[in-house]
Structure formats: C-alpha cells, structure tokens
Design a protein around this ligand. Structure first.
Ligand SMILES: [Zn+2]
Ligand SMILES: [Zn+2]
Length: 348
C-alpha cells in the first residue's frame, strides 16, 4: 500500500482532520501522482455534508486535482515520471461500452467510478485530491500543458470542463451572443472560455456587485437581473445561455431571453424543478438542455485550449487548516472565484 497525508472528513459535516490514508499499490496501468493543488468544488461540500444522499465516510474529497507523475505502473505508456497531469471527476469506467469508446466516459453503461465518495470496480472506496498523492489509471489522468500553472489549472478539471462542454456543443464562437447566469466558480470559467472562443459574452447576475469582475473576465455586458425590468429588457437577446446557478430561478423568464433556436444549457442542480410553459420553447424552437462534465478527450482538448489562450481559473490559494472556513465562505458565495488547497500544507 501507498501511504499519504490527506484531509479526511471523518463523518458528515465534521471538521477536516489531517490523517494518513492508503492507496493501492500501482497496477500495470496506474500512475502515482504527487498532488500539488486541489480545487474546492461546491459538490465537495454537498458530499461532505451529506446533502446528496448517503455518503461514504471517512471521505477524502477533491476532484479538481493538479500534480506531477511520481511513479508509473509497468504497462503505462501515456505518461512518465515528471509529467504534469490533472484528474477530474472520474477515475475509472468500463472502457468497452459505446460511451466509453466514444470518449464520453461520464455516461459509461457500467457506471463511471467517481474520484471520491465512490467505490472502484474492486469494491474499494475511492479517495480524492485533498491529499499529497493519488493513484489513478493512466486513462483518467489528463496532461496539463506547460502553458498553465498547476494552481490555476486544478479547477479546470471540474469547473472548466463542466462549462467548456456545453459552450463547445452549442457552438459558442464568433457572431454568437452568449449569456452566463451566475458569476461563481463555474460562471467565471464560462465567461473566460466563451470570450476566448470569440463569442460576445454577457453576465446575468442578481446584483451589480461583480460587475467590474465580470467585465474584466471578458464579458462585454453585465446585467443585474434583480433590478426591475432588466429581464424584460433582454428578451430574445441570446443564442446560448449557460445557467450555472443551483438555486431556483424563473426558467420561463430566462427561456424568454433566447433568440429563435436558442439554447439554455443548465449545469447547476437546484433542488426544485424548473417550471416553464411548453409554448416558451415550441414557439421559437428553443432548447432547454443540461450538461454533465465531459469525457477525457474533451477534458484534454479543454486544457489545450486554455493553454493556447492563457486561461486558468481565478483562485484564492489556501492552506489545509483553512479548508473548513473556506467551505463556509463558498456556501456564502464569498470566494473569487475558486479556493485551491496547497496540498504541501497538509500535516503528515
Ligand atoms: Zn466539481
Ligand atoms: Zn463504459
């Protein structure tokens, strides 16, 4: 077994403890990664606090992982020691179903293995990136190009790919008007990526508080949707809306902001249902879509795109003893725009 210092959530909602955890010895296709940075995703908090149904404890969260390969299994061909790699939300899949063969491992028919709070096909609990090392199959490690620093690369592995996929799928690019609802961890990446793709980007946020940031991130306009008349004034304005918000919102009104054939792609997961009349989509052939992360080939492509355009996440770097407080700040919406844990600070 491989022992490594990690931040462990011992039970639902309990404060983190620095403990040594064990990883399997390297299989033929495994790489050992020295984790340098791990992003804090809002879904980490939901799982640590057991807000998404029963979770496995003790838990080592973290699926925004950036580090360096420090050992390889005998059969590894993709990486060598010293390579910079990232790991996102998945660490295994069947590799044989139509979705895996298509590079859409998140839809694996057998069920992809989640990076943490899951079980591998061997029945062992998976452990994520709030640790100094992780072990994964080389198929689920993605090369991080030299053009991106590891700390700002980490959040790309979940937040980045989550918004890159729908932007790509629905054709964000020159001549397209894209709106991003919510300027948080996901939203700030959506603005940067859509702007780099050449789209004209607007931010839709409840208040004006993040206006300066939104424009600095690459948006050309910013609308405070909490103000009277703002949504009305934006009717039929956008080709694509990326909704990153996990709170309930008036879907019908947002659908109304789409031009004919426009698409609203939802990546947030509110607990309530979306409500809209059929006529809101039928009349102008609009699309209400959802999107779930992205496969490994798309993740690699997204990282290349980010390197080419000099894009990383906007982060606040924290040490291991600040993670509990950081969770409260994420829930309060008080982070610009992603916390990243410097894993060297995890006490061994
Ligand atoms: Zn995530
Ligand atoms: Zn599969």
């Amino acid at each position: 077994m491989i022992s490594t210092p990690a931040l462990v959530a011992p039970s639902a909602g309990a404060p983190f403890e620095a403990r040594t955890v064990e990883h399997r010895d390297l299989r033929d296709d495994d790489v050992l990664i020295d984790v340098k940075f791990a992003g804090i995703c809002h879904s980490d908090i939901h799982q640590v606090r057991e807000e998404w149904g029963s979770a496995h404890f003790p838990m080592v969260p973290g699926h925004e992982i950036a580090g360096v390969v420090s050992a390889v299994g005998d059969g590894v061909t993709k990486y060598k020691v010293g390579d910079r790699v990232g790991v996102g939300c998945m660490v295994d899949s069947c590799g044989e179903c139509e979705f895996c063969k298509n590079g859409e491992e998140q839809f694996c028919s057998k069920g992809a293995v989640m990076t943490y709070n899951g079980k591998g096909y061997d029945g062992e609990p998976t452990k994520g990136g709030y640790a100094q090392q992780v072990v994964v199959s080389e198929r689920f490690a993605v090369a991080i190009p030299d053009g991106i620093e590891l700390d700002v690369a980490a959040p790309l592995l979940c937040a980045g790919i989550t918004v890159y996929s729908p932007l790509k799928r629905w054709g964000a690019g020159p001549g397209k008007k894209v709106a991003v609802i919510g300027l948080g961890g996901l939203g700030h990446m959506a603005v940067k990526l859509a702007a780099a793709m050449g789209a004209e980007v607007s931010v839709l946020s409840r208040t004006d508080a993040k206006k300066e940031d939104g424009l600095a991130l690459g948006a050309t306009s910013y609308h405070a949707t909490g103000e009277d008349g703002v949504l009305d004034s934006l009717k039929s304005s956008f080709d694509l809306i990326i909704n990153t918000v996990s709170a309930d919102l008036p879907m019908q009104a947002y659908i109304g902001l789409l031009r004919p054939l426009g698409v609203i792609a939802n990546v947030g997961l509110p607990s309530g249902n979306y409500d809209f009349a059929p006529g809101a989509v039928v009349g102008r052939s609009r699309v209400v879509a959802g999107s779930n992360i992205g496969g490994i080939p798309a993740t690699a492509e997204m990282l290349e795109f980010c390197a080419e355009h000099g894009i990383g996440a906007t982060i606040e770097k924290i040490s291991a003893d600040e993670v509990d407080a950081a969770y409260d700040r994420v829930v309060a919406g008080d982070v610009r725009y992603r916390f990243v844990i410097d894993t060297a600070t995890i006490a061994s």
